[in-house]
Design a protein around this ligand. Structure first.
Ligand code: SAM
Length: 225
C-alpha cells in the first residue's frame, strides 16, 4: 500500500473509534477530521504515530493536541460555513485546518502563536496542505486576542488559561461561542461560553490538561505540567 493510503486507513480507524466512543457526533466534524491529514502536521519523526490518539511533541515544550481533544473542542465550538474564527495557540496548525474545513470557502480563521518558530512550522504545514487560503497565522500574545479582525463568531483557545481572558470576551460577537480550558497550570476544565443578550453563559465540559497560555491575560511564565 502507498503511504497516503496507509494514513487514510489509519485516519478512518481512528475516527470510527471516536464515533463509537461518542466523542465525535456530528457529520461536519467527522467529515472535517476525515479530510485533514494529521500526518502533515506532526514532526517527521512522529509521522508513524500521527493516528495514535495522543498529543505529540512539536518542539519548544509544546504539543499537537490529541485527536479526541480536537474532536471534543470542535464539536463544542460548532464552526459553520462562513464563520470568522479566532484560534489562540496555533501550535502545528492542525486544529486551525480542521476548523478551516468547516468554515470555507466564505469564512476565515485567524490563529495566533506566541513562539515564532512554531508559527512558521504551522504556516508551512498549512501551505503544503492548501489550508493557507482560509487561515492567517499571526505571531504574538493571543491572550489579548486580535482586535483588527474582530468581532468573531467563534473563539477557541488551545492552551490553559487561568481565567477567561477579558479581551476575548469583548472580541466575541453577540450570539458567538468560545471554547477554552480554564484552571491552573496542571489541570483545567473545558469551558463552553456563549455570549447572549450581552451576558456570558458558561458551561463546564470535561477535565483536561493543556500546556499553559502565557501572556498578559494568561499565566506569567511557562509552567509545564
Ligand atoms: N492548536 C494546536 C495544534 O493544533 O497543534 C495545539 C496548541 S498547543 C496545545 C498550545 C500552543 O499555545 C503552543 O504552541 C503555545 O506556544 C501556544 N501559546 C501559549 N501561550 C500563548 C499565547 N499567549 N498566545 C499565543 N499562543 C500561545
Amino acid at each position: 500500500m502507498k503511504s497516503d493510503e496507509v494514513f487514510r486507513v489509519r485516519r478512518e480507524e481512528l475516527i470510527e473509534g471516536l464515533v463509537r466512543e461518542g466523542i465525535l457526533k456530528s457529520r461536519p466534524v467527522i467529515d472535517a477530521m476525515m479530510r485533514v491529514p494529521r500526518e502533515e502536521f506532526v514532526l517527521a519523526k512522529y509521522k508513524d504515530l500521527a493516528y495514535a490518539d495522543t498529543p505529540l511533541p512539536i518542539g519548544f515544550g509544546q504539543t499537537i493536541s490529541a485527536p479526541h481533544m480536537v474532536a471534543m473542542m470542535t464539536e463544542a465550538l460548532r464552526p459553520s460555513r462562513g464563520d470568522k474564527v479566532l484560534e489562540v495557540g496555533t501550535g502545528s496548525g492542525y486544529q486551525a485546518a480542521v476548523i478551516a474545513e468547516m468554515i470555507k470557502p466564505e469564512g476565515h480563521v485567524w490563529t495566533i502563536e506566541i513562539i515564532p518558530e512554531l508559527a512558521r512550522f504551522a504556516e508551512s504545514n498549512l501551505k503544503r496542505t492548501g489550508y493557507d487560503t482560509y487561515v492567517t497565522v499571526l505571531i504574538g500574545d493571543g491572550s489579548k486576542g486580535y482586535e483588527d479582525a474582530s468581532p468573531y463568531d467563534k473563539i477557541i483557545v488551545t492552551a490553559a488559561a487561568p481565567s477567561i481572558p477579558e479581551p476575548l470576551v469583548s472580541q466575541l460577537k453577540e450570539g458567538g461561542r468560545m471554547v477554552l480550558p480554564v484552571g491552573d497550570a496542571y489541570l483545567q476544565i473545558l469551558k463552553v461560553v456563549e455570549k447572549r443578550g450581552g451576558f456570558l453563559h458558561v458551561e463546564d465540559s470535561v477535565p483536561c490538561v493543556f500546556v499553559s497560555l502565557v501572556g498578559e491575560y494568561g499565566f506569567k511564565r511557562w509552567e509545564v505540567s
